[in-house]
Design a protein around this ligand. Structure first.
Ligand SMILES: [Zn+2]
Length: 611
């Protein structure tokens, strides 16, 4: 490949909106250009690397028996209505109409399309397990796309979906996917951290995310200083720093004075209350009212819920309570983790209730709710509250709080659960070690879906005895653009990208100091020899100053560089100057041995990453 015959528009200046290294370097090295906010074009150099990431993913998927297919990106809205996501997905879903007025979706993900394809073909247990994948364009109408392709609106994702006759079969494939993902990231030269993630109603070990550490990461991750515990904050648990057993709380209340009311005029927030009572937030019980949508949990015995009726939102879907309210009591210095709360309630969505609902359900103005005497709605008690034997909390009346409230003596809850947001300094749930936080970006996610799509979309197969069953599913995604950008984040310096050999757009750049005469001949010969050795080579044949060529080679991050100049060609043994992108010093190699030398280094690097 000759530089003059390809299209690599390198830039000296940095695009104004590029705040992270990968965004800056993809533009400056001529890999990428912007078409509109969140929409990009990969130019030839960028596409070469992009295809290499795709190919690594493809090879690892094929190796575990997943089969590649290529469905359309635009899919009929009916499928999304069947799964319930036409309404549930929100504004990030790009909905389009065709000329006949029919609704379509520009796929942000493809559970519906794959489930529908399999539904039409599946009849017998003999067809299972089945694992299908695509490497295809996705579109999410993000409100604020930024950081280049790290968070674009249109992107390419590898998404796989698997179908199984048993949980054991699903688990086997899920584990194989986890191993394949680890190999993919290793081959891409990425240091990826697998973390436990929220698995919604599935629970257990049904969801793992693959993260890279990143200052701009949109995930908070918790790690243990002692053991290898790692979890997304959405999922992270912690060791109790309190006694969760009510009988212990009761005996501990022996010395607590009786519950009494104190006047707290105009004091509403925890900070105001702490200042007013001169206490810490951890001696206060914060009580929040949540509205939950599509709750699967049985509420027959819950306070204030006897009149509620379960409904089935779609045929085949589980019966749920469409709308319910809950009070959540938690220690005042902690935050409620809404993902954990939703998982506890088996709800599709939870959010803080409107002020009017809070006032109606607690009979008091916002800011004065508390678990003592709250009988209108079910009260969820976070574990931490069960250890509180002398607490301050709202008295369900304006300008009044209770003091000396004790769990087990003055109030109990309908359900005790772990719903706090774990933070740095909390104790590891496995070993009790101290937890610390890092920011991360998600590159991949593997997930056991169970019956989430197969049931409402009515997938079925017949077992050996001719009995009909619904298969369980898994889904497994990797963002290709994000992987590529993350590789640059991990492998660059002030001068540009430093590609791992597996992802580099080409493996060697040959730079003739001046592309003419004997230098031109030597460069052409070296390129021809390298190509014969199977090495991907870029020849910088431009009529530019050597400094410009060297800077561009560094910017583009080509792993190996061979410079041919007049000076080193003179004499009995003509030489080329060889240097790896990450190295400071170059070394002289006899021209006749240069191709073999470079090819051996390429091979060694590839083996190191692919091995
Ligand atoms: Zn630990």
């Amino acid at each position: 490949m000759k530089f003059s015959q390809t299209f690599i528009p390198t830039l000296r200046e940095v695009p104004a909106d590029a705040v992270i290294a990968s965004h800056r370097l993809m533009f400056r090295s001529g890999m990428l250009r912007k078409l509109a906010n969140g929409l990009f074009a990969y130019l030839p150099l960028g596409l070469l690397s992009f295809r290499k990431v795709e190919q690594i993913i493809r090879e690892e998927m094929n190796a575990i028996g997943s089969l590649e297919i290529k469905p359309s990106v635009v899919v009929p809205a009916e499928l999304w209505k069947e799964s319930g996501r036409w309404d549930a997905y929100g504004d990030a879903l790009l909905r389009v109409k065709n000329r006949l007025g029919a609704d379509f979706v520009v796929s942000p993900t493809a559970e519906e399309a794959f489930t529908s394809l399999v539904r039409d073909e599946l009849s017998s247990y003999k067809q299972l397990p089945l694992s299908l994948y695509q490497i295809n364009t996705k579109y999410r109408d993000e409100i604020r796309p930024r950081y280049g392709v790290m968070r674009g609106r249109e992107f390419v994702m590898k998404d796989a979906y698997s179908f199984h006759a048993s949980e054991a079969s699903l688990d086997e494939h899920y584990q194989a996917m986890g191993r394949a993902y680890r190999r993919i990231f290793k081959r891409c030269g990425l240091s990826v951290i697998p973390v436990q993630a929220d698995s919604g109603a599935m629970g257990g070990s049904g969801s793992e995310e693959f993260m890279v550490e990143s200052e701009i990461g949109d995930n908070t991750l918790l790690f243990c200083k002692n053991c290898d515990y790692a979890a997304n904050v959405e999922k992270a648990g912690c060791k109790p720093d309190f006694s969760p057993r009510p009988e212990l709380a009761r005996s501990a209340t022996a010395g607590t004075p009786p519950l009494s009311k104190i006047s707290t005029p105009g004091v509403k927030t925890i900070d105001e209350l702490c200042a007013f009572l001169k206490t810490g937030a951890d001696s206060f019980i914060k009580t929040l009212v949540y509205r939950a949508v599509n709750v699967e949990l049985d509420l027959k015995a819950a306070p204030g819920c006897s009149g509620l009726k379960k409904e089935r939102p779609a045929p085949g879907a589980p019966e749920v309570y469409p709308e319910t309210f809950f009070a959540v009591a938690i220690r005042g210095d902690l935050d409620v983790n809404e993902t954990k709360l939703a998982a506890t309630l088996k709800a599709s969505e939870v959010a803080l209730a409107a002020d009017s609902d809070v006032e109606r359900l607690t009979g008091s103005p916002v800011g004065f709710a508390g678990p003592v005497g709250l009988g209108q709605i079910p009260v969820l008690i976070d574990h931490t509250v069960t250890a509180m034997t002398d607490a301050v909390t709202g008295a369900l009346e304006a300008d009044l709080h209770y003091q000396h409230a004790a769990y087990g003596r003055d109030f109990e809850g309908w359900l005790i659960a772990d719903i706090r947001t774990v933070k740095a300094g909390d104790r590891c749930p496995l070993c009790g070690g101290e937890l610390y936080e890092k920011k991360g970006n998600e590159l991949g996610h593997i997930f056991k879906l169970g019956l989430k799509y197969s049931k409402p979309m009515k997938l079925s197969y017949l077992d050996e005895a001719g009995k009909s069953h619904t298969p369980v599913m898994g889904c497994y995604g990797i963002g290709v653009d994000r992987v590529l950008a993350s590789i640059i984040e991990e492998h660059h310096d002030d001068n540009g990208i430093i590609w791992p050999m597996t992802i580099a757009p080409c493996q060697v750049i040959v730079i003739p100091v001046k592309y003419e005469g004997a230098v031109k001949d030597a460069a052409d010969t070296l390129c021809a020899e390298l190509e014969k050795e199977g090495v991907e080579v870029l020849l910088d044949d431009r009529n530019e100053r050597p400094g410009v060529k060297f800077n561009d080679a560094d910017l583009m991050g080509i792993p190996l560089r061979a410079v041919i100049g007049e000076r080193n060609l003179a004499g009995d043994s003509p030489r080329a100057e060889i240097k790896a992108r990450g190295e400071k010093e170059s070394r002289l190699v006899e021209l006749s041995r240069a191709a073999g030398d470079l090819a051996a280094r390429v091979k060694k690097e590839l083996e190191k990453l692919n091995g």
